[in-house]
Design a protein. Structure first.
Lengths: 802, 257
């Protein structure tokens, strides 16, 4: 078949398949998944669909990520891993025109298909054969594929288009979107922090274009600091991540930012419930530039009405890429964010201030530069330098005007700073794909605070416990580490179907004064193009630790400060996974299944009894299932996880803090046209365990503020209260959580301006989902301290693009 | 054939999932700290030392502390046995007491032993060092000219003290005015980490200021919330204090005739 062909749709051209069998498979695919027939029946007739397979000439192997675009329009789609594509075209195109489809993929000759449209049929089959070009690695291809970043494909990934459709709270958030993936839980509705395969937030490595991000949250964890408009895709390496990365005992979440358009400038933005965003990208000189900014606006709105709203955040992003030659590319990026929380502003009249006042603020700075070079057709080298930091600051000293002996003090100066350089080299030689890397970095922590604030204690009590469990009111500490490390990786075939990846990571940590060596092994068996079986084993270590197990009820858990582990007490982890990916079990349905066992040692904890520090072991096992379905106008995702997390501490075993037996997430989207879509999301989680005391002892009153207000003097000594005695930890569970979200989106095109509005209803049926965070034993009967999750909330937003 | 193979593979996996979901994770009991609690704070400011000894009880138990009091235990501090006592004017009324003036001295170590059947509980505390208020005499007279007045107190630093509790007892006052009914004065209590405090007075009468230097065990249990401080074999605390006090008599300035 030639690359250009005129297709008469009245003939219903099929490619190599019998019509009856195709019909049977289509019916099965619809029955295998929940359908939206009522919606479809309402909206049918608004568009028609062209779908088919893109295959490589001679080998008939599927071509993935090929772009199929309607010429002279923005309507396009990409083919999946099985080569299947589906393009929904608006009915207004059916006017006896000849539509032209362009099919492109790097490494292949472009193809063009002409469609003559006399009929009213809504589903048309069109398969495409692409002719491969002679292999030629180019800078453009490397940049587009992020080849230097990810030698092991992520089991679970999300692209920018999916991020838009997935559940959101106030605005699109990368981490909240990732919560639909299997194995990914969350602390509560108000937190975007991720619990991945039982691993708490501090056990994950979060990267933006390969640069680590610390305390990556605004508003105490509600949204991440990553502006979704700049995100190209999110890769979740839930366990057994390759030795390219290090320092996380659980997982790696790698966020890749977009590349700016090189043909023309584009300007886009959005106004959501939480914030407003604008972004700009396009060619500048011989390179491309992307800029993005985001800010909340409630404080500005409140000012307009003469009111005071104490909080706002903003962030700025910029990225410039220079394609110096066909073999060289240099990119630089920066990121800056700040949160300002003037929580004490409206109580000024009660206080007399001393010295300069700096309201609480926190934020991140990130900067990186990367040089990418292709020295030879089968070689790739990257060299990069980076700086990343996170700060929390506040300075407020004052006293009650009518009681000068009562001082209110909030002095905080915490910072995390990391800078370093990396070099990576990849080389295809014979049947081996080799990758090597070296890394050098300096990590510093500085934490200082004096917090004696009755006002702040009304918000979180005691306020310093947002940093770590049982934190004192006065604290000062400095820690630093120099890391020198690297990795080696070799991927090679054993047979036509079996591939092995062998490698390892070595890191010298100056504070540990030892060299850590961690092996990595992965085997992939691909007997057919739609079946992939893999097994992996790897050893890892936890670079830094936090001590934040108590503050479950607070949204300020995102402020937990990291510590360097004590010498000789660095936590380690063993990961074992086995998985299978199945394409075309049913048409347009891809299923991925992975079983895992994670064994983590020497994780730190603090005893509630005597505050002694000790370590514990945690074993997590489970199975994650992800089913993805895509056939226009429907798109769906079913994610199910079953597992358990068992903690072993001082010889006693009990469920881990984030042991969540079942997680089920169902996402369905129907896009009958390119301007209208309806999405449903349903979540079900087993409740987290909590510790319920079995009995109480009479002890001293441990809340000195309350004591002095209510109790008479008994030589200033004795106030009794009922305090909990725990016989079992984590023996109870919060109620099972479930929630339904609905999103309706509609777009308008006004000349060159594309406007998309959306309306989201969160928790449509208003389920009350309490999380039990503590048991208050001071009363009889004891009272459950609950935190309620989101009620029914309606959120509206608008996005625009020029 | 391939379709059936894939299907049976999936079916097997789903059965594994179901089987896994039926197995509950283990939940083993923690080692017990003890079956009782001790609350004992020795003080240089009193001649009657009190030790409270209670049994641990279940969550739904509504009994008052006195009903949970453990009777007939042998309670000794530095070899001196405390006697079981009851004072109906106190709450709680039951305790083990030792009436011994100057038994508790500053900068001294005390060992507690409690025996109740097979149960043995031990404790240890070291009292903070001696200190006294140095800025003013023990009995101070001031005149109140405006609505409020302040007195800056300073005292010697107490060796081993983790902090100071400042208790300010206000004088009783008549309410309603002229009714002849007096309401007890309020208590203001706060912790000072330094050796000075600002006392604010706003009414005529006798103010009593008690300053108690507390030890590490007191700080751990009462301020920081440790379940166990200075005790082995039970919950609670065995702590100590060194106390000093002054009296501030506030009078209204008489206007010239």
């Amino acid at each position: 078949m030639s690359g250009e062909e005129c297709i008469d749709l009245t003939a219903h051209c099929f490619f190599g398949q019998k019509a009856a069998y195709e019909t049977m498979k289509q019916i099965l695919s619809l029955l295998a998944f929940l359908t939206l027939w009522p919606v479809f029946s309402i909206v049918k007739g608004q568009s028609f669909t062209v779908e088919g397979y893109i295959l490589e000439r001679d080998t008939e192997k599927p071509v993935k990520d090929a772009v199929v675009q309607l010429e002279n329009s923005k309507i396009q789609t990409t083919s999946g891993t099985d080569g299947h594509y589906s393009l929904s075209l608006p009915k207004r195109a059916l006017k006896c025109d000849t539509l032209v489809l362009k099919i492109q993929q790097h490494g292949y000759k472009d193809a063009t298909k002409y469609l003559i449209l006399p009929s009213e049929d809504h589903l048309v089959r069109l398969d495409v054969i692409l002719q491969p070009l002679e292999y030629q690695l180019s800078i453009i291809e490397v940049v587009a594929r992020k080849q230097s970043v990810q030698p092991v494909p992520a089991l679970f990934e999300l692209n920018a288009a999916e991020l838009e459709k997935l559940p959101k709270l106030g605005e699109i958030d990368v981490f909240r979107a990732a919560q639909v993936l299997p194995g990914v839980g969350r602390e509560n509705d108000f937190s975007a922090q991720l619990i991945i395969r039982g691993g708490e937030p501090s056990q994950h490595l979060i990267l933006v274009d390969d640069v680590p991000l610390w305390n990556a949250f605004h508003l105490g964890g509600i949204v991440s600091i990553i502006n979704s408009d700049i995100v190209s895709k999110v890769d979740l390496l839930a366990s057994n991540y390759p030795p390219v990365y290090s320092g996380a005992s659980s997982s790696v979440l790698a966020v890749s930012t977009k590349e700016a358009h090189s043909d023309q400038f584009r300007f886009y933005g959005s106004l959501d419930l939480l914030s407003s965003k604008i972004s700009l990208d396009g060619p500048v000189g011989i390179g491309t530039l992307m800029l993005g900014a985001r800010r909340t606006y409630f404080d500005l709105l409140a000012q307009l009405f003469g009111q005071f709203f104490p909080y706002y955040f903003y962030d700025l992003f910029g990225k410039y890429r220079l394609m110096a030659t066909n073999n060289h590319s240099i990119s630089s990026l920066f990121y800056f964010s700040r949160d300002h929380f003037n929580v004490l502003e409206d109580r000024k009249s009660r206080y007399t201030f001393v010295g300069e006042q700096v309201p609480p603020q926190w934020g991140n700075t990130l900067a990186a530069i990367e040089w990418l070079w292709i020295p030879a057709p089968e070689q790739l080298m990257t060299v990069s330098a980076f700086l990343t930091s996170s700060i929390v600051r506040s300075s407020s000293r004052r006293y009650l005007t009518h009681r000068p002996e009562v001082e209110d003090l909030i002095l905080v100066d915490n910072s995390i700073s990391q800078h370093g350089a990396k070099g990576r080299f990849e080389w295809k030689i014979a049947n081996h794909q080799l990758a090597f890397g070296l890394e050098f970095s300096q990590l510093s922590f500085r934490n200082n605070w004096e917090i004696h604030s009755g006002e702040l204690s009304d918000v979180v009590h005691p306020p310093q416990e947002v940093f770590f469990d049982f934190a004192p009111a006065d604290y000062s500490q400095k820690q630093s580490r120099t890391l020198a490390g690297g990795f080696a990786l070799d991927k090679f075939p054993i047979s036509e179907s079996l591939t092995l990846m062998v490698g390892g990571r070595f890191d010298f940590l100056s504070d540990q004064e030892r060299l850590l060596v961690n092996p990595f092994l992965r085997a992939e068996y691909i007997p057919t193009h739609n079946l992939n079986i893999h097994a992996s084993y790897g050893q890892y270590y936890q670079s830094t630790v936090t001590l934040s197990e108590r503050q479950k009820e607070s949204v300020y858990s995102a402020f937990a400060i990291p510590f360097l582990p004590d010498k000789g007490a660095i936590p380690t982890a063993d990961h074992t996974t086995i998985g299978v990916s199945l394409d075309q079990l049913f048409p347009d349905l891809k299923i991925t299944l992975e079983g895992y066992r994670l064994l983590k040692n020497q994780l730190p904890s603090i005893s509630i009894v005597d505050r002694s520090q000790h370590t514990f072991m945690e074993e997590t096992m489970g199975i994650d299932l992800l089913a993805r379905y895509k056939r226009a106008p429907f798109e769906g995702l079913l994610s199910y996880s079953v597992g358990e997390s068992i903690r072993s501490e001082k010889g006693v075993r009990f469920p881990g803090n984030f042991d969540q037996r079942h997680m089920l997430k169902i996402f369905l989207s129907c896009s009958p046209s390119d301007v209208f879509s309806v999405s449903l999301s349903w979540f079900l989680y087993t409740g987290f365990p909590y510790s319920s005391p079995a009995s109480v002892f009479l002890g001293g009153f441990d809340n000195y503020r309350e004591r002095s207000a209510f109790y008479p003097e008994i030589d200033g000594m004795l106030w009794l209260t009922r305090r909990p005695v725990y016989t079992y930890f984590n023996s109870q569970r919060s109620p099972t959580y479930h929630r339904l979200d609905l999103t309706v989106a509609y777009g308008f095109i006004i000349k060159k301006l594309l406007l998309k509005t959306y309306l989201t209803f969160t928790n449509v049926y208003g389920k009350n989902n309490p999380i039990i965070v503590d048991i208050d034993t001071r009363t009889v009967p004891p009272k459950k301290v609950e935190m309620s999750e989101l009620p029914l909330v309606a959120i509206i937003g608008v996005r625009f693009e020029i | 054939m391939r379709f059936r193979q894939h299907l049976s593979g999936l079916a097997f996996v789903f059965m594994l999932l179901l089987l896994n979901s039926c197995i509950e994770p283990p939940n083993e009991p923690l080692p017990a700290i003890g079956n009782s609690s001790i609350i004992a704070v020795l003080s240089t400011g009193t001649s009657l030392q009190k030790i409270y000894f209670y049994s641990v009880t279940h969550l739904e138990d509504t009994r008052y502390p006195d009903e949970l009091f453990v009777h007939n235990a042998v309670v000794e501090v530095n070899g001196l046995q405390f006697q079981e006592m009851s004072d109906s004017l106190e709450f709680p009324k039951n305790f083990y007491g030792l009436q011994f003036p100057q038994f508790v001295q500053p900068d001294s170590t005390y060992s507690l032993v409690v025996r109740n059947g097979q149960e043995i509980i031990r404790g240890r505390t070291t009292t903070p060092g001696h200190f006294s208020v140095i800025s003013h005499p023990k009995e101070l007279y001031i005149h109140l000219d405006g609505a409020t007045d302040t007195v800056e107190l300073h005292w010697q630093e107490s060796h081993n003290a983790r902090g100071y509790i400042v208790n300010q007892f206000s004088p009783p006052f008549e309410y309603p005015s002229g009714s002849g009914r007096f309401i007890p004065g309020g208590l203001l209590s706060w912790i000072s980490k330094s050796n000075h405090a600002t006392i604010t007075v706003d009414k005529v009468g006798r103010y009593v200021i008690k300053i108690a230097a507390f030890d590490e065990n007191y700080e751990k249990h009462f301020v920081l919330g440790y379940q166990v401080a200075g005790v082995e074999g039970a919950y609670g605390v065995f702590a100590s204090m060194a106390v000093d006090s002054i009296v501030i008599n506030v009078m209204r300035t008489q206007l010239a005739q």
